[in-house]
Ligand binder design. Structure first.
Ligand SMILES: Nc1ncnc2c1ncn2[C@@H]1O[C@H](COP(=O)(O)OP(=O)(O)OP(=O)(O)O)[C@@H](O)[C@H]1O
Ligand SMILES: [Mg+2]
Length: 675
């Protein structure tokens, strides 16, 4: 053999080895993912077996019976209704309260809005002495103190300049004294995922909270979070030194949320038009909502454009002055502003229970973040909507932000899969993601609610063409963004005499990215990071015709969801009147938010039950609220009813005295750092 022939073969062999190595890497990665999924599926199977015996869909991993009876049952029930104004417990609340009152340490994993606060606030009020609550954000602390004060429960904030409570000797020694006198009844760590670096809101100060259990081993500690991952759970138990805690894990399911993914137009004006129309049509009574945007600039622009379309909207992002941010948040919380248009910075501190819609102007960076962000809707348990506007063009914007994060791209591609899917129930995608047994969706997502015919189109030839086009591009040392690739394909596809539409082409590119036929590569410039589409480990299979590629295409235009969704709020005159009343009362009483006067759920109950005496009213909203606002509420209801109460009925109701409480609740800020 001639020298050059040997050299050529050597090059070929080397190229082939590289190719094989790439495939091996891909296969090993795949094997790892499959192992991971296998163990998830096994735990799902076990959970299914356990839950077969359970009555409701909230599962608790404990074998002890926390349902009762306990000696404090009736006192707890009295506080629940007459102080907190809550007519019945939600899943797991009673059991958690009982475990805490039995003196156990407790770990609570419960979805956003599940009602974690009551789980420690009620035992705090029931027990003598002081309960210490640790919360990571000033706004959460303020909200909570405001809410408790409105209920007549003495609560105080400690937001000293000392950043770490464990390091504040003065505070610790006061706490010691309090404990010594037998007055420290409970320690509660809210948003406990902040302890774990695997949680999404890791706060270094939270790391030191373990000291509380070491110092006060016999004071029950309750740690609460909405973050479900096993890794975070294990971390928490270790860091807080509560290894023998009773664990309550509730489902991630939010049955009252309607999930919907909408195709996003590439013309930005059209997108805002659609969003504005949706809000005006579905929420004409200015019910609250959030619109999440990708960038700060975009969020200012969208807020402005919504205002131009007659919607009262304000923007919120990390670049704003803290006071301006707080002002917008406050105006929205007190229902003076209907919509907040925010970036992800509008996050953990949101405590508003009656958010009726969360719209994503572009996709989130992972299933986990989407679950958290959309989960800010409907914390009061009433029907609410989560809308995600998706277009493939938004993917490279996100990928160039997340690619350097651990599993960043994989997480992004998971939510892309969620958005692309035209057949899989949105809710079941969450169950899969959080490794939980499937539950009924009850028609509460676009896929399950609207029948639209989906057909599969074989686009293997287009895929092959795209791969060979990229091969040529790469051979001439060029690169191509998604946009450029689509443009080039538009001319190229004439060769095979078939025309995929622009959107279908983009869809195909995403499909091939998810299938690892293509991959994204990133290049940094002084101003940004660009994402390029290049050949992936499985590109050869396409060229060799070993892989068929099919796209899912909806053939029938879906009916607008907002038209079909039956909404149960804002429709009756009485609801509107009571809504007005709670706003009025909250401003008269000062420093109280409207939902602390009456929750939206209570308004619904009042409208359906129409109590006509203070006594009857008490059964719905408890003694405390009846005493404070009862007469005004009755006045509104009676204006809408045919009957009037007798004078006796009114004075009987007035005579009812609520039980006074002398227990204290102290809220502590662990960090001054506000994202
Ligand atoms: N048993 C109940 N019945 C009716 N409403 C309830 C019940 N328990 C709590 N709520 C209400 O549900 C809303 C959400 O409760 P809470 O703020 O405690 O949720 P959370 O679990 O702490 O959520 P997050 O993770 O978002 O902080 C509040 O308005 C609260 O008053
Ligand atoms: Mg909470």
């Amino acid at each position: 053999m001639e020298n050059y022939e040997v050299l050529e073969e050597l090059h070929n062999v080397e190229a082939e080895i590289e190719d094989v190595q790439e495939q091996i890497r891909a296969l090993i990665e795949k094997q790892e993912r499959l192992y991971e999924r296998k163990s998830e599926l096994n735990s799902i199977l076990e959970a299914c077996k356990e839950s077969e015996n359970e009555v409701n869909n909230a599962s608790s991993s404990t074998v002890e019976n926390w349902d009762g009876p306990f000696e404090w049952d009736s006192e707890a029930a009295d506080l629940r209704l007459n102080i907190f104004g809550i007519s019945s417990y939600r899943a797991n609340q009673k059991e958690i309260i009982n475990a805490i009152l039995s003196g156990r340490d407790v770990l609570v994993i419960m979805a956003a809005g599940g009602g974690k606060s009551l789980c420690y606030q009620l035992p705090a009020v029931l027990r003598n002495g002081i309960a210490l609550v640790v919360s990571p954000l000033l706004s959460l602390i303020q909200d909570q103190v405001m809410g408790l004060t409105a209920l007549g429960i003495p609560a105080y904030m400690l937001t000293s300049t000392t950043k770490k409570i464990s390091k504040s000797k003065r505070f610790m020694s006061k706490l010691e004294k309090c404990h010594h006198a037998g007055r420290l009844s409970l320690i509660s760590i809210d948003e406990a995922h902040c302890c774990s670096q695997w949680g999404h809101d890791f706060r270094p100060d939270y790391k030191n909270l373990g000291i509380l259990k070491t110092q006060f081993p016999n004071v029950p500690m309750v740690a609460l979070t909405a973050t479900a991952t096993q890794r975070v759970q294990n971390d928490l138990v270790e860091m807080l030194h509560i290894r023998r805690c009773v664990k309550f894990v509730s489902t991630v399911n939010r049955p009252n949320l309607f999930y919907m993914v909408k195709e996003k137009s590439s013309v930005s004006k059209v997108v805002v038009d659609e969003i504005a129309e949706f809000i005006k049509e579905s929420y004409p009574n200015r019910e609250s909502g959030i619109v999440y945007c990708f960038s700060r600039k975009e969020c200012e622009l969208v807020a402005k454009e919504l205002r131009e379309r007659g919607i009262s909207a304000g923007h919120y992002h990390a670049d704003m002055d803290v006071n301006d941010r707080e002002k917008v948040h406050m105006r929205w919380s007190s229902n003076k502003l209907q919509v907040i248009v925010g970036t992800v910075a509008f996050g953990m501190g949101i405590n508003k229970p009656d958010v009726r819609f969360v719209i994503h102007h572009s996709l989130s960076k992972s299933m986990e973040t989407y679950y958290q962000e959309s989960g800010r809707a409907g914390r009061d348990g009433l029907p609410s909507e989560c809308l995600l506007y998706f277009r493939p063009g938004d993917v490279p914007r996100q990928s160039s932000m997340v690619f350097y994060e651990n599993s960043g791209l994989q997480n992004l591609y998971d939510i892309v899969r969620f958005c692309q899917s035209k057949r899989q129930c949105r809710r079941s995608a969450f169950f899969r993601h959080f490794a939980e047994p499937l539950q009924e969706c009850n028609g509460m997502c676009d896929i399950c609610a609207f029948s639209s015919e989906v057909k599969e189109v074989d686009v293997s030839r287009h895929a092959k063409l795209m791969v060979s086009l990229l091969q040529d591009i790469q051979a001439s040392d060029q690169r191509s963004t998604m946009l450029q690739l689509v443009e080039k394909m538009k001319t190229k596809q004439k060769e095979i005499g078939s025309d995929l539409k622009r959107e279908e082409m983009e869809q195909l590119i995403l499909h091939l990215l998810l299938e690892r036929v293509l991959k994204e590569e990133f290049q940094h410039t002084a101003y940004s990071t660009n994402a390029y589409i290049t050949l992936g480990p499985l590109a050869k299979q396409i060229l060799q015709g070993k892989k068929t590629v099919k796209l899912e295409v909806s053939t029938e235009q879906k009916t607008k969801a907002s038209e079909r969704l039956k909404r149960c709020l804002g429709s009756s005159g009485l609801e509107l009147k009571l809504d007005e009343l709670r706003k009025e009362l909250s401003s008269i009483h000062g420093g109280i938010l409207p939902h602390s006067v009456l929750s939206t759920q209570q308004i619904s109950l009042l409208c359906s039950q129409k109590p006509n005496s203070l006594e009857q009213l008490e059964k719905v909203i408890g003694k405390l609220k009846t005493e404070k606002y009862g007469n005004k509420i009755l006045e509104q209801i009676l204006n809408y009813s045919d009957f009037k109460p007798t004078d006796e009925q009114v004075s009987d109701g007035r005579a009812a005295k609520r039980s006074k409480t002398k227990k204290n609740l102290v809220l502590i800020e662990s960090s001054e750092d506000e994202a």
